[in-house]
Design a protein around this ligand. Structure first.
Ligand SMILES: [Zn+2]
Length: 341
């Protein structure tokens, strides 16, 4: 298709971190060995869509020197989401619907209007309904040569195995907090102390860090959710169930809440195994976490961590939120925490 030098594609994507993934795809592009479907998997707010968008720019970039250039028409319009051969589709409400997949299948049958590829990002594919996944499978079996499908998912557990086997997996991992801190300071001009705090709390998720920059209420919400958890540990069953009832009313917020609680129990487990406070994510809660690590058996802390993960899975499987949270409340250890000095 293009007789340019072997390394026309460069690993200079507008992405923070995930260097190994950028380099791997850059090598595939330069070798002309692009797959037609990729499954970009990683925890919420880690930067999957940003990564997918940069990938979309690379494949359709018009530069004859270095791709993606970030400046040509294809790069600019893809960044804005208005490029003719680029679409981003995501779940509406709870699940990606079968009608959405049918519509995109029709789009895919058409040749690209101006790009080399018709690129489709299917966001939050872990929330797609089984029928929608099934409908996509047909496209994955025999994709037209000009199609590039980029699926993003917070977890692969709910995906049909046949979907997974037809996509090249790209598992994005949390970034070192130093990478996030430096990016916040250098690219986003955040003052160093604030950047360090946000980077620490981000759990390696650049998207989360940027969200906090735009909206401080995310930090307030976090503090509130942790306070609820810490209070619940000292409360009666009845009070815990009442708390579960209240939390279940904000179903959309539950995945973030559970991801936070998961990081909290992981921290407690680390401390129970005598890790240094510097190794934990929720360092501002070290006073409470150290009490838990001292007074609760490591095995019980581990069970609490597993219970939170299980609850997250139940919610992804559309189990009744209140029932799932009630069950979780029963599995949390009982410990009365002294207030921080
Ligand atoms: Zn370009």
């Amino acid at each position: 298709m293009c007789s340019m030098s072997d390394d026309l594609f460069r690993p200079n994507w507008d992405v923070i971190g995930h260097d190994w993934a950028v380099q791997r795809l850059t090598r595939s592009l330069n070798a002309g060995r692009l797959r037609h479907a990729y499954l970009i998997n990683g925890v919420a707010r880690i930067g999957k869509t940003t990564f997918a968008r940069a990938f979309a720019q690379a494949v359709n970039c018009l530069s004859e020197v270095s791709r993606p250039c970030g400046a040509c028409r294809a790069c600019r319009l893809t960044a804005r989401g208005t490029y003719a051969d680029f679409s981003l589709i995501e779940a509406q409400g709870n699940a990606l619907r079968i009608e959405q997949i049918r519509e995109l299948t029709r789009t895919l049958a058409l040749r690209p209007l101006e790009g080399r590829y018709r690129v489709l990002i299917l966001r939050r594919f872990h929330e797609a309904s089984p029928q929608a996944m099934d409908a996509l499978l047909k496209t994955l079996e025999e994709p037209p040569p000009y199609v590039l499908l980029l699926l993003t998912a917070d977890t692969t557990e709910s995906l049909l195995p046949t979907i997974q086997s037809r996509c090249q997996p790209l598992n994005l991992r949390p970034l070192p907090s130093s990478v996030i801190r430096e990016a916040l300071i250098e690219r986003y001009k955040v003052e160093p102390e604030r950047a360090a705090l946000i980077a620490q709390l981000s759990g390696g998720r650049m998207g989360w860090a940027l969200e906090v920059l735009k909206d401080e209420s995310v930090l307030k919400q976090r503090a509130e959710w942790l306070a609820i958890l810490e209070r619940a540990l000292g409360e009666s069953r009845a009070a815990r169930f009442e708390q579960a009832r209240q939390l279940s009313e904000d179903r959309a917020g539950l995945p973030s809440l559970l991801a936070l609680w998961q990081s909290y129990w992981r921290d407690a487990l680390l401390l129970a195994h005598h890790a240094a406070v510097a190794a934990i994510i929720n360092r501002d809660r070290s006073h409470a976490l150290e009490q838990i690590a001292r007074s609760v058996k490591a095995e019980e802390i581990y069970q609490a961590l597993l219970a939170v993960r299980r609850t997250l899975r139940y919610l992804q499987a559309n189990v009744n939120a209140r029932l799932a949270l009630d069950a979780l409340m029963l599995e949390l250890p009982r410990v009365r925490l002294a207030a921080a000095p």
